[in-house]
Ligand binder design. Structure first.
Ligand code: NAD
Length: 477
């Protein structure tokens, strides 16, 4: 743990084990942070805030830039650690860290662009300034699926805005995030500006959120956890940003470029073993394109290469994060099959000695599905793509909107006018037309409905770390 500028490993405390999901082996341990640690970290962050909020924009930018340079230098080593604890193939881990560096670069620039306004007066002699100031110490809590990137999406705008931070990574993946924080320590972050605590979500998370010094909580994780965080933040009316679960539809119109739709669909349904908030969870295909789409989708899925991503850096897929995640996937498939779904591909562990120990599972394609099945309404967070035939684009949109979630929707059509009208009708924070690109730092990313609250990334994301102040001046002359 890193508190008040000092690395610290408490003696004689119980530890949390870190498991390699490709082998099932424990390969590291990290301390279980306590309420006392949370208290020390937030007191440190609060003390540091009094200075950091006064730092020049160029000083804040410089810290982010230096941390970025160190991260890029250490990228090969941190990527290996990320693959070891998370399971994603090495090339994917490198990609996550490069995207992290991009986020640091972007918000380094933004640190120097925070501006206010002078608004017109209502009466003679009055002046109205609007300024933006950092909200205060931020608690940043992240998930295990993109552990470094999703913490960086909080730390970078927070530090750019002049906030200080206490980071809590997910219990399954604390190691690469620790190295990320080390980049800031070595870049010369003043003590207390960035702190790191490892520990179990519920107890430690609650202590961090409820702490009187905590001004804001930035969270990515499950919708259910998001509800708990809202409750914990309610007493202090703390500012919150929540990036929560998704259940993302892909709509394929009859006039779509089927090759592109299949390529995008397979990639976004199974990447990171479907353990992404913006994974495609269900696919609606217009009748005329249905048979060809399904056939090509299964064919493309069959070609995905599953492996231990340290041994095969360029594999498409690694293992799932743990047995609980794999079991949930099995449960969702069994429920669908019991209600009449057909398994066209996958549905089980891959065969072969190399898959015996880890939490591997085959990418799975289902057809004959309907909205009575759990897989069509609840987030599986696993490699399952259910495909449903629909009679029109309107019907597809109706089904797509039949969800408590509203994170991302995807649509393939060659008629951009139709695509734009559909995008406006879809109740989602992001709509991708003819592409399945993920979160990019320049554009706002936020869930509608129960997928979240507030925005991450872009200028909108920076605003979440700033408070607006109106200064009303009357000239007495
Ligand atoms: P999770 O909610 O189980 O855990 C996320 C983090 O919250 C962890 O650090 C955990 O220790 C902590 N935590 C758990 N209970 C807590 C509590 N009561 N108070 C405070 N902190 C607590 O989520 P996960 O399993 O790590 O991640 C997967 C989920 O994250 C999926 O639902 C996925 O859709 C979502 N996700 C969303 C986005 C997005 O941008 N919308 C991105 C990635 C993942």
């Amino acid at each position: 743990m890193f508190i008040d500028g000092t690395w610290y490993e408490p003696r004689g405390r119980s530890k949390m084990k870190v498991v390699n999901p490709a082998t099932g082996e424990v390969f590291a341990e990290v301390p279980k942070g306590t309420k006392e640690d949370a208290d020390r970290a937030l007191e440190a962050a609060a003390r540091a805030f009094t200075q950091w909020k006064e730092a020049l924009p160029s000083e804040r930018a410089s810290l982010l830039e230096k941390a970025r340079a160190i991260l890029l230098e250490r990228l090969p080593q941190i990527a290996r650690l990320l693959t070891q604890e998370q399971g994603k193939p090495l090339r994917e881990a490198e990609g996550e860290l490069k995207a992290t560096a991009t986020a640091l670069e972007y918000y380094a620039r933004k640190a120097e662009e925070i501006e206010g306004e002078i608004l017109p007066a209502r009466a003679k002699g009055m002046r109205n300034l609007v300024i933006k100031q950092p909200v205060g110490p931020v608690v940043a809590i992240g998930p295990w699926n993109y552990p470094v990137l999703l913490i960086a999406w909080k730390v970078a705008p927070a530090l750019a805005a002049g906030c200080t931070v206490v980071v809590k990574p997910a219990s399954q993946t604390p190691l690469a995030v620790t190295e990320f924080v080390r980049c800031f320590a070595e870049a010369g972050a003043p003590k207390g500006v960035i702190n790191l605590i490892t520990g179990p979500g519920r107890e430690l998370g609650e202590a961090l959120i409820r702490h009187p010094r905590t001004a804001k909580v930035a969270f990515t994780g499950e919708t259910e956890t998001g509800r708990e965080i809202m409750r914990a933040a309610a007493d202090g009316i703390k500012r919150i940003t929540l990036e929560l679960g998704g259940h993302c539809p892909l709509i394929v119109a009859a006039d779509a470029d089927l090759g592109a739709a299949v390529e995008g669909g397979v990639y976004r349904a199974f990447r990171n073993m479907g353990q992404i908030c913006n994974s495609i969870n269900r696919i609606y295909v217009e009748e005329a394109a249905y048979t060809d789409f399904v056939e090509a989708f299964v064919e493309r899925t069959r070609r995905l290469r599953i492996a231990n991503g340290l041994e095969e850096p360029d594999a498409d897929l690694g293992p799932m994060i743990d047995e609980a995640a794999r079991e949930k996937t099995r449960r969702h498939i069994q429920d669908a099959v019991a209600k009449g779904a057909k398994v066209l591909y996958g549905g089980k562990e891959p065969e072969g000695e190399q898959y015996k120990k880890g939490y591997f599972f085959e990418p799975t394609v289902l057809t004959e599905v309907n909205h009575e099945m759990i897989v069509m309404t609840e987030e599986t967070f696993g490699p399952v793509a259910p495909i449903m035939k629909v009679s029109s684009l309107e019907e597809a949109i109706k089904y797509a909107n039949d969800s408590i979630y509203g994170l991302v929707a995807y649509l393939y059509t060659q008629d951009l006018d139709k695509g734009l009208r559909a995008a406006e009708a879809l109740e989602y924070g992001t709509v991708g037309i003819n592409n399945v690109a993920g979160g990019e730092v320049e554009y706002p990313y936020g869930g509608w409905k129960q997928s979240g609250l507030g925005i991450e990334l872009s200028d909108y994301g920076l605003e979440e770390y700033l408070l607006v102040k109106h200064i009303r001046i009357r000239s007495l002359r």
